[in-house]
Design a protein around this ligand. Structure first.
Ligand code: MF3
Ligand code: CO
Ligand code: CO
Length: 309
């Protein structure tokens, strides 16, 4: 998701979205022998469009590209489901995801994105987003969001789900459940002529009626041949406000919902965002396209594991 404070700056360029510089090649090569074949794909997308403030409208080819990328991203999350168990290290899940993606000829979009060096973001409990995989093991009772983005033929499939580790407390399960419901209420607003404010309002009003809060500091984003593109998709808003949706727009909806207050802080690692009040946080993300009569979800789970619990 985009960090909202950046909304007035130019959209940054992923080394694999825009031009792959010599220096980025040098950083990429030593990483893993598996990345080498993937680099030829990176070269293919060297001329991919850069982010801009203009909202792109895509045609049939874009829908086809996003279906393929979205499917691999969703399959990656499906693949992880049986591995998300007490005792698994988050770095191990990251390794499984990287291998899975590279084996399919896709690229992990987060690897080397603005200095990030992992495939997944794994955000347990009070981590709101951008949790960095590492030695931490998941424990019985944790809830964790796993977020993956893959690039296939230049198209980005970006999705995340909640995983419940073993038996979890009822309030933790309830938070995960209501975050899915909030996502759905936003999604149901999507059709040509609706406004982005309608999407945000549907999410916010539901979440607040449940006495939870919507994170303001991160938002969804346009997606396609650029990872984080215009428009910003706020998960709060006023009905009728904001940009009008048009068929062919691609974006993510990815509400982050806290059990307590909405405020977050980013830890010293520069990535990990946590709730200030240490309350639990949950998220659900899909990449979607606006169709003539509604929406298409590009990252639906082929295994029916939309909610892996
Ligand atoms: N997948 C995240 C999103 O939903 C972005 C993660 S960027 C990373 O937009 F560098 F932290 F991986
Ligand atoms: Co996203
Ligand atoms: Co994501």
């Amino acid at each position: 998701m985009r960090y909202i404070d950046e909304r007035h700056l130019d959209f940054a360029v992923h080394p694999l979205d825009g031009r792959v510089s010599r220096r980025q090649h040098l950083i990429l090569k030593p990483f893993s022998p598996k990345v080498r074949p993937a680099m030829s794909l990176a070269e293919d997308i060297e001329i991919a469009p850069r982010a801009s403030r203009r909202i792109k409208l895509h045609g049939a080819e874009g829908f086809e590209g996003m279906r393929v990328a979205g499917r691999i991203a969703a399959e990656c999350l499906d693949m992880l489901t049986p591995h998300v168990r007490p005792g698994v290290a988050t770095a191990e899940l990251d390794r499984l995801a990287r291998e899975f993606i590279l084996d399919r000829g896709a690229l992990p979009a987060c690897l080397f994105y603005r200095g990030y060096s992992h495939t997944l973001c794994i955000s347990p409990n009070h981590v709101v987003c951008h949790g960095i995989p590492g030695d931490r093991t998941l424990r019985e009772g944790d809830i964790a969001n796993i977020d993956v983005t893959v690039i296939v033929d230049g198209w980005h499939g970006d999705t995340s789900r909640m995983y419940l580790v073993g038996e979890v407390a009822p309030r933790a399960r309830r938070l995960a459940e209501l975050t899915y419901e909030a996502f759905h209420r936003g999604l149901e607003q999507v059709k040509p002529g609706a406004r982005l404010g309608d999407v945000g309002h549907a999410i916010q009003s539901y979440v607040e009626a449940q006495r939870c809060s919507v994170v303001r500091d991160f938002c969804g984003h346009g997606v396609g041949q650029v990872f984080h593109d215009a428009p910003n998709i706020l998960h709060y808003g006023r009905p009728g406000a904001g940009e009008a949706l048009k068929a062919g727009m691609f974006f993510t909806i990815e509400p982050m919902v806290n059990l307590g207050r909405p405020q977050v802080k980013v830890l010293a690692d520069g990535w990990t965002a946590v709730t200030r009040d240490k309350s639990l946080s949950a998220q659900c993300e899909h990449s979607i396209g606006v169709t003539d009569d509604g929406y298409e979800v590009f990252t639906a789970s082929p295994a029916g594991l939309f909610k892996p619990f």
